[in-house]
Ligand binder design. Structure first.
Ligand code: URA
Length: 435
């Protein structure tokens, strides 16, 4: 077998076998396949979709190009994947809640990408927290604590890493087949029994258009099931930040409010319950998602989820008293500014991507890969769609390192938010379930 023969089949419209995909993925990982060949492969799939069998084979091939975790645990191994957004801190309360309900969660997470926040950056806002573990330590923490929210250290799906970089510069990121295999090859490397997908749609989402997001959600569910992993997806709203805070330490605060019952965002809590309910049902720990939601809810009210989170933080080098003293332990920014609306009214729409970009420019994300993230900066008290704003109720609070960056963020915030005189109905949070 060689790359030219595989590419010739794709050019002629012939399907590839699992062996072809396996050969190509190994070649991507070990360098046998050149960048030119990888680009041709991506473009061919972009132009001629490969169908469910092709997606399953490509997913397996890219997964098997690296390490695949293998578990021997007394409960199901579960995880969630989100296509990313702003103010989306679901992972932080969800992982310990699932663990408190009897699941095991090796939550391999990423850093901020573009305008979207990254779970690892949020966890690293907790002083001392070590987010990068070797596989042996990851296995130990998952077994002992029940969950680990960490980054992948070993070689997880190296074929995807290479192909993704090539897609980025050959205008082939948009292919649903390639996105599906890319996301699932990494997630299925975790050795999962069940996976729930949170596919976002709206102004802050990777796929803004609801029809595109739905097509991706269906492709992901169909392919994961074909690859032997129980899977459902929720199509959820990202036309506004999920929780009213965006920025690393500020989002940890949102998560701690849910975990400790200190209030917190209703939208965030509802989505954590819905995704957790799906996962407990997929893992066979409850009969259906509604029962699962109730079980996750009681993990919050009983304090069991907070206790697991505290143990995970302490085990991974964070403060041993974090669940009791999180308000004192998290960093805060020196400049705090409340942004008032130019006129009173109701929030009609939000350019959520612009808000995410504002957080990046405050220092909460990276403009170039080598940038160091400032954990303290960001936005809080962001008014949501349908909320009334007036001189007493701000559009948001800006947490900045200095006055200049706060001023720049204020301008973005005004431009990104449309206020109407008439009341506005907020969008549905959960728009569709795909099973
Ligand atoms: N996220 C991924 O991991 N892969 C893609 O192709 C797109 C988004």
């Amino acid at each position: 077998m060689d790359a030219r023969a595989i590419l010739a089949r794709l050019r002629k419209g012939d399907s590839l076998s699992a062996d072809h995909y396996g050969w190509f993925a190994r070649g991507l990982a070990d360098g046998t396949v050149s960048d030119a060949q990888a680009g041709a492969f991506a473009m061919a799939i972009c132009k001629s979709p490969i169908g469910r069998d092709g997606r399953v084979s490509l997913t397996h091939a890219m997964r098997d190009s690296g390490q695949v975790l293998d578990w021997d645990l007394p409960g199901p191994v579960l995880d969630k994947h989100s296509t990313g957004g702003v103010g989306d801190t679901v992972s932080l309360p969800l992982a310990p809640a699932l663990a408190a309900c009897g699941a095991y969660v090796p939550m391999l997470s990423g850093r901020g990408l573009g305008h979207t926040g990254g779970t690892l950056d949020k966890m690293e806002a907790i002083p001392g927290y070590r987010a990068i573990l070797g596989n042996a330590e990851l296995a130990r923490v998952v077994r002992d604590v029940g969950c680990a929210i960490v980054g992948a250290s070993g070689e997880i799906a190296p074929a995807d890493k290479r192909l993704y970089a090539v897609r980025d510069v050959t205008s082939t990121v948009e292919s649903i087949d390639l996105i599906t295999a890319s996301i699932l090859s990494k997630k299925l490397s975790e050795g999962l029994d069940g996976l729930v997908l949170d596919v976002k749609t709206g102004s802050g989402a990777f796929m803004e258009d609801p029809a595109d997001a739905l097509a991706l959600a269906k492709s992901l569910v169909d392919t994961a099931q074909g690859a032997g992993c129980r899977c459902t997806a929720l199509l959820t709203d990202m036309s506004q930040p999920l929780a009213p805070s965006a920025g690393n330490a500020l989002e940890v605060i949102e998560a701690m409010e849910i975990l400790t019952g200190a209030g917190g965002s209703d939208r965030l809590r509802r989505l954590v319950l819905a995704l957790g309910g799906e996962l407990l049902a997929l893992g066979g720990l409850v009969a259906n998602a509604a029962e699962g939601e109730a079980k996750i809810d009681s993990a919050f009210t009983s304090g069991a989820a907070a206790e697991v989170f505290g143990r995970m933080v302490a085990t991974l080098g964070g403060p041993t008293d974090f669940t009791a003293r999180w308000r004192d332990r998290l960093p805060s920014a020196p400049v705090l500014v409340e942004i008032r609306p130019k006129r009173p009214g109701y929030i009609a729409s939000i350019d959520t991507r612009a808000l995410g970009e504002a957080v990046v420019h405050l220092g909460g994300g990276r403009l170039v890969q080598s940038d160091k993230v400032d954990p303290a900066v960001g936005l809080s008290a962001i008014a949501g769609i349908g909320d009334r704003v007036d001189p007493e109720v701000p559009l948001a609070r800006i947490h900045a390192r200095d006055e200049d960056s706060a001023r720049a963020a204020a301008e973005v915030l005004h431009d990104a938010t449309r206020v109407s005189e008439a009341p506005v109905a907020p969008p549905d949070l959960i728009q569709e379930r795909i099973a």
